[in-house]
Ligand binder design. Structure first.
Ligand SMILES: *Cc1c(COP(=O)(O)O)cnc(C)c1O
Length: 401
């Protein structure tokens, strides 16, 4: 433990305390497994909040990155580079859309979607300048920038960061009537997570997302789907919205798009909508860089096969079946989610989410709690059924008394 304790003490002394990590210090990882500085192995049941959908050290992704590292890594958008067109074309095609605006982190892509919607509102819809409204859902998580936390309902994420950016309207998630009532002639967009990840893997009522699609279409309002965590295979489909047969006006993508190797994010939409931008009106030094494009191209190729979506669907059915069985014992109160993604509400008498996470860590399983006594389970999609079962066995053991 000495090595671990020293590393943690040193991190605490010299890094801002904006996180409270579990007391484990990872040194290497492969597939669904991580190894710490003491040589202990842990099953990764978080997968970097879905950034690691394809697992740690995925050979295809590492080889793609290595090959690109030897050629060219950064040009800035001042010049063209030879991976850019393929990346944009193939990502647009994967999304069934026309245009891509690449960024790096998820928050930047959400900011880009907000700017796109406002510009579209003024230039195309004809909303009076400075009056555009974007409707969002309570308990959302869209990132950490000043504008994004301005429309958060999480006090921890929001407090002390004012003055806040105006122009957002918050309605309850899953409530179509409230959304309808909030819409005005100045509404330019509705921004939603198809499944709310950070809120505890909340799946909206059946028909809600299709209803949002109908309402937004009828009112000439853009439907922006933040699929940063729900997209790219996690739920058993390429996009979580597909479960409801819904196509948004704009996808916001991130996390798994970078294959767990580099940060890659993007807004994907129609030529009409993304066509609002002219040179100089928006940008990013690193957005769409050659290394990012090379890795993301490999991610897109892997998703095109459909095999990861299928794995997530099959293993997800198994995961939800097993978790469902645990609800009869009383220790597990509720299980939500879709595909290889679950929010598990544990009876508070078994401890806080943090305490359960620590007990799982002691048994070699790494998860992350959300609020109260909720833990989320989202292993890499490459996890084997045997490893998943072993992980679930550890959860059962922690919940046995
Ligand atoms: C993680 C996340 C973001 C923010 O992404 P970052 O890369 O951390 O900026 C935005 N939206 C959703 C739904 C997310 O899960």
């Amino acid at each position: 433990m000495a090595t671990t304790d020293r590393a943690i003490a040193s991190a605490e002394a010299h890094s801002a305390h904006n996180y409270h990590p579990l007391p484990v210090v990872i040194a290497s990882a492969d597939g669904a497994w991580m190894t710490d500085v003491e040589g202990r192995r842990f099953l990764d049941m978080l997968a970097g909040y879905s950034a690691l959908n394809f697992g740690h050290g995925n050979r295809r992704l590492i080889e793609a990155a290595k090959a690109q590292l030897e050629r060219v890594t950064l040009t800035s958008r001042a010049f063209h580079h030879d991976r850019f067109a393929d990346f944009c074309t193939q990502l647009a095609e994967l999304c069934g859309m026309e245009m891509v605006l690449p960024m790096n982190t998820g928050a930047e892509a959400v900011e880009t979607a907000v700017k796109t919607a406002r510009k579209w509102g003024y230039r195309t819809k004809g909303v009076p300048d400075g009056t555009a409204k974007i409707i969002v859902a309570a308990d959302n998580f869209h990132g950490r920038t000043t504008t994004i936390i301005s429309f958060s309902t999480d006090e921890e994420a929001r407090a002390d960061y004012g003055p806040y950016t105006p122009g957002f309207e918050i309605v309850p998630y899953g409530d179509l009537a409230a959304l309808d009532a909030a819409m005005t002639d100045n509404t330019v967009a509705v921004l939603l997570e198809p499944i709310q990840g950070e809120a505890g893997v909340l799946v909206p009522p059946p028909g809600y997302l299709a209803g949002v699609r109908e309402l937004t279409r009828a009112r000439n309002v853009l439907f922006i789907a933040d699929e940063i965590q729900s997209g790219l295979g996690r739920t058993g489909k390429t996009f979580a919205l597909e479960h409801e047969g819904v196509v948004p006006d704009m996808y916001v993508l991130g996390k798994a798009l970078g294959g767990g190797v580099v940060p890659v994010s993007a807004v994907v939409s129609s030529a009409e909508i993304l066509g609002v931008f002219r040179p100089g009106e928006h940008g990013s030094t690193f957005g769409g860089n050659p290394l990012a494009c090379a890795v993301a191209l490999e991610v897109i190729a892997m998703l095109r096969t459909g095999e990861y979506q299928q794995r997530a669907a099959e293993l997800g059915d198994h995961l939800h079946h097993e978790l469902g069985l645990m609800t009869t014992g009383g220790a597990v109160e509720t299980v939500r989610g879709r595909g290889l993604w679950a929010g598990v509400d544990i009876s508070p008498s078994y401890g806080t989410g943090r305490e359960i996470s620590e007990k799982l860590m002691d048994r070699g399983v790494l998860v992350k709690d959300t609020h109260g006594s909720t833990i989320r389970i989202a292993p890499p999609l490459v996890i084997s059924k045997e490893d998943l079962d072993w992980g679930l066995e550890q959860l059962r053991a922690v919940l046995t008394r």
